[in-house]
Design a protein around this ligand. Sequence first.
Ligand code: SF4
Length: 137
Amino acid sequence: MVYIERLFRISTPVGLVAKLDRAYRMPSGLLVLVEFKTRWSNQPCLSDVIQLSAQRMAVMGQTGQPVASYAYVMVKAPARGALPIMHRVQLMTDEQVVALVGRREGILAGRILPRWSPSRKACLTCAFRAQCDHPHL
Ligand code: SF4
């Protein structure tokens, strides 16, 4: 293990600050990122992939080290004695992360209209439910 709870930041091609949980160095020199989550649903989420992809970009940009295009999400149930279960995820490319940052900025600036979530589960716990006009609500 080479990094634990470390902050990395870059200013180009986009400004990013990312705190990673763990990074391991393989014998080949490649770094592999690991993110720990505590939740009932034993599966990785798109938000985990986005988070890890941003971490990858920040680590590579700040340190110049190669980081694997895949990572692991360790999901543990919030129950006593629960063990973490490992899920391998494919990360987004730098171009996809840059596009996502641009889209986020566009939505916040009111230049782009946000889309409804395709996930009914996400809507169940969404803080904006009351104001949202999604047809499935
Ligand atoms: S309730 Fe509306 S704003 Fe919230 S996740 Fe669902 S679609 Fe998005």
